[in-house]
Structure formats: structure tokens, C-alpha cells
Design a protein around this ligand. Structure first.
Ligand code: SF4
Length: 245
């Protein structure tokens, strides 16, 4: 039996690590970004504000609104000096969901960064998650795409695909998925995981009706072999970590 057609049920932790590396390298070939410049979104502050706007929004809306916002308020100082109501109105008229909360977060985060961090976005997860509107996913996005650090933001695509691929236990929370991925994948590859899985999740491994028949990962995927089913990965997330899941 070749490694690619092995039974995933009896896979050792080392075999899983080997498979995880193969998966990431294949994904990198399927969705190349080329240079690091193409991976970075811009500066850490832009990435942070963009991430607040992006929550539960489509990418097209986030891209458009971020441009409009930064054209009108091009600096941290400008956003810190703005009234929350102004930002809320801008978000609302441009179709951003949760505009009220996000408008407040954007102004508050900008003020805190100016007052407490002397205008510099902190580059640690621990500090980033203290900012309003910044959870673990956004903090990792800032680290990866703002600073170019090795981090794995777990959004809805990474969460779903990692579980379908059996790289994390079926009921894992996003935090537990992140932990498993970090243990399985060498650090120098972390920064590629999010954008490649996002692209894969939008094109092939879609939330409903993944196209396993045409997926280049299907020989490496227990979901494609019927060993993990959709109902297994849905439902309540567990925070309990199991290395052999
Ligand atoms: S084989 Fe299917 S479930 Fe597995 S990664 Fe590809 S599309 Fe997703």
C-alpha cells in the first residue's frame, strides 16, 4: 500500500506530519503567491483595520470599504480623531454588517494604539488580542499578513478544510485546529496555510459540495475516501486536544 493510499485510520503522528507537509506543498503549488510582497496586505495597521471590517463580510465588500475608509482617513491619527458615529455612518452606507460595533472598535483601537503603543501596532498575539475587535484569528492575520511573521490564522475555510483533511479532530474549535496545524506543519510553512486554504475553500473544497473528484489532494484526504463525513465535523466544537485524531 502506498503512503498516498494508506488507511488514515491507523496513521501515526509522524505519518500525519508527513501528509500535512505534502498537503501544504501541494496547496502552495495550486495557489502560488510568488513573492512575500504578494502575501503581505500592506502595513500592520492597515491589516488590523481591514480585519475588523472583514468580520462576517464578503471579501469584495471588505476590499472596497477599506479603500474608501483609508482614502478619507489615511492615518491612525485621522481615525483616532474621528467620531465613532462618522465611521459607523461610512460603514453603514457601504453595506458593512455590524457597522455600529465595528465603527466603535476602529476608533477605539486607533486611539489605544496611539496612546498606549505610541502609534505602533504590537507584534505579539498576547498584545494584539487586547485591542477591541481583535480576536485570535485577526491577531494571527495581523502577524502573518501585516508583519510577515509565521502564523496560522484559522478562519472558516481553514477550520473546515483542516478537519476534512483529518489534520485536526472533527469537533475541534478554531483554537485547537490552530494548535494541531502548528504541531504538524514546520514553522517556515505556516504563513502559506491560510491563504492557500482560503483559495482552496473558495474554489474546490467549498462549504457545500466539495469537488473531491477533481481535487489534487484527494489521495491525501480521508474525507474523499468517506472516512470523515460532513456530520462528523459539524456540531459543537471540542477544545480537547487529541494528538492521534
Ligand atoms: S478531497 Fe474533497 S474534502 Fe478533501 S480537500 Fe479535496 S475537496 Fe476538500
Amino acid at each position: 500500500m502506498t503512503k498516498s493510499s494508506q488507511s488514515f485510520e491507523f496513521e501515526s503522528w509522524d505519518e500525519k506530519k508527513e501528509r500535512a507537509v505534502k498537503i501544504v506543498k501541494k496547496l502552495m503549488k495550486m495557489y502560488p503567491r510568488g513573492t512575500m510582497e504578494k502575501i503581505l496586505h500592506g502595513d500592520p495597521y492597515f491589516t488590523l483595520i481591514r480585519c475588523i471590517i472583514s468580520q462576517r463580510n464578503r471579501d469584495e465588500v471588505t476590499d472596497r470599504v477599506s479603500k474608501i475608509l483609508f482614502k478619507k482617513y489615511p492615518t491612525m491619527e485621522a481615525l483616532a480623531a474621528a467620531k465613532a458615529e462618522e465611521i459607523q455612518a461610512l460603514l453603514k452606507e457601504n453595506g458593512v454588517g455590524l457597522w455600529k460595533t465595528k465603527g466603535r472598535w476602529i476608533v477605539e483601537a486607533s486611539r489605544i494604539l496611539l496612546e498606549k503603543y505610541r502609534g505602533k501596532v504590537p507584534d505579539t498575539l498576547e498584545e494584539l488580542v487586547k485591542l477591541p475587535g481583535i480576536g485570535r484569528k485577526c491577531a494571527n492575520i495581523v502577524l502573518a499578513y501585516g508583519f510577515g511573521k509565521q502564523a496560522i490564522p484559522v478562519d472558516t475555510h481553514v477550520h473546515r478544510i483542516s478537519k476534512r483533511l483529518g489534520l485536526a479532530p472533527p469537533k475541534s474549535s478554531p483554537e485547537k485546529v490552530e494548535e494541531h496545524l502548528k504541531e504538524l506543519i514546520p514553522k517556515e510553512l505556516w504563513i502559506y496555510v491560510n491563504h492557500a486554504m482560503v483559495d482552496h475553500g473558495k474554489t474546490i473544497c467549498k462549504p457545500i459540495g466539495p469537488k473531491c473528484g477533481e481535487c489534487p489532494l484527494n489521495q491525501l484526504c480521508p474525507y474523499a475516501k468517506g472516512l470523515i463525513k460532513e456530520e462528523d465535523i459539524k456540531g459543537k466544537s471540542s477544545t480537547k486536544k487529541k494528538k492521534n485524531a
